[in-house]
Design a protein around this ligand. Structure first.
Ligand code: ZN
Length: 377
């Protein structure tokens, strides 16, 4: 099967005029599309015969659909769900069931798809909030807010949009640096000092033992330090609940010994999904720990020094998306690495220009921020 950029596929389909219904009349009415706890930044929604349509390009990206082409047929997949659109025959086969027609519609030269059809066929559920003109897509096996809480969030987001004097309203940014301490930790610290920005560091136990003075410097500079395990070794850390807790607690103990700071906030290696089991979560809670993941991933580790611009770009894009989806607390994942030290000044300058304020983690004002949506962590 050929991996195909959907853009090319759509261009071909539109050029050939293959069996794509053209919208005769579509209300330009604005609909809000949600996904789990988020509000998706999709702006060009349309309503045709009472059915909400969205640009296929955008929704396929947000739902992480795999779109490929084989023998002139488009395959759309997500986990075990499969849709085959045969443009020549004008049929759509969803999970083995064929129907005539395709789910696509051309509106102003763009391919649109029904939210309802793409969501249900890819194994999602839908919630309607009619008075808020909102449709939420969700999956039962993925953590998400209950209906009432989500409804309140949507009302808040809409209210903020209406009354916001600036998008920077109360946005707080937490810069977080994983995998130190090492020589790049000191470089990052110098940049933070230069711009007077507080941050949060998640250190590795084995590195702390060799770089005790860096740990002290970071503490003395006013940044919070949390444990990121002793070894960072997936097989060792996640071997059992016992090994997991021991790895996190030994790191926290070292921080306490070296700085006097109690380190109750942890960041688990590779993020809490899918590695952290419910037993591990319970153990963290019992031991009084809190666990942070992030909502903006810089993906800095993927790039070389020369590609540092890409890290800045990723942060800008991630922060904009998070804010558009209603987040007001931004936790950015960075690492103590060479390429990150190069990108950091531009990242801070941009965030400051946006008017956002920076904070270091404060255990007295703990905000729950984990992929599991576990409020006790
Ligand atoms: Zn790490």
């Amino acid at each position: 099967m050929k991996k195909l950029y959907w853009t090319i596929c759509i261009a071909i389909i539109l050029t050939l005029g293959m069996n794509i219904e053209k919208a005769q009349a579509s209300e330009p009415a604005q609909r809000t599309i949600g996904l789990h706890d988020k509000v998706l930044p999709i702006e060009q929604t349309r309503v045709v015969d009472g059915d909400t349509k969205v640009p296929f390009e955008e929704i396929s990206k947000y739902l992480y659909l795999t779109v490929t082409e084989e023998n002139g047929k488009m395959h759309i997949e997500k986990r075990d769900n499969h849709m085959i659109v045969d443009f020549a025959k004008n049929t759509t086969t969803t999970n083995g069931v064929e129907r005539s027609g395709t789910p696509f519609m051309e509106i102003d030269g763009k391919m649109y798809i029904s939210v309802k059809e793409i969501a249900y066929s890819m194994g999602f559920q839908i919630d309607y909030f009619r008075h808020l003109h909102t449709i939420r897509i969700y999956r039962d096996d993925y953590p998400h807010m209950d209906r009432v809480t989500y409804e309140r969030k949507i009302a808040d987001v809409k209210n903020n949009r209406k009354h916001a004097t600036s998008p920077s309203d109360k946005v707080t940014v937490y810069l977080t640096f994983d995998d130190g301490p090492n020589k790049f930790t000191l470089m990052n610290n110098n940049t933070l000092e230069k711009y007077k920005v507080p941050a949060t560091f998640f250190f590795l136990g084995n590195q702390m033992q060799q770089n005790a003075s860096i740990v002290k410097t970071i503490h003395d500079s006013g940044h919070y330090i949390g444990s990121h395990s002793m070894t960072h070794d997936k097989n060792l850390v996640y071997q059992s609940t016992e090994s997991f807790i021991a790895e996190m607690a030994e790191g926290a103990e070292l921080i306490k010994q070296l700085t006097g700071q109690t380190a109750k906030l942890v960041r688990v290696p590779y993020g809490s999904t899918p590695h952290v089991t419910s037993g591990m979560k319970q153990s963290l809670i019992q031991h009084g720990y809190k666990m942070w993941d992030w909502n903006v991933d810089s993906n800095d580790w993927r790039y070389t020094d020369k590609q540092a611009d890409q890290i800045v770009h990723n942060v800008k894009e991630g922060v904009n998306k998070a804010i558009q989806s209603g987040d007001r607390t931004i936790v950015i994942l960075l690492h103590d690495r060479s390429q990150t030290t190069i990108a950091l000044p531009a990242i801070i300058q941009w965030l400051q220009n946006q008017g956002y304020s920076f904070k270091t983690y404060n255990p007295n004002e703990h905000i729950s921020h984990n992929f599991h949506k576990e409020p006790l962590l």
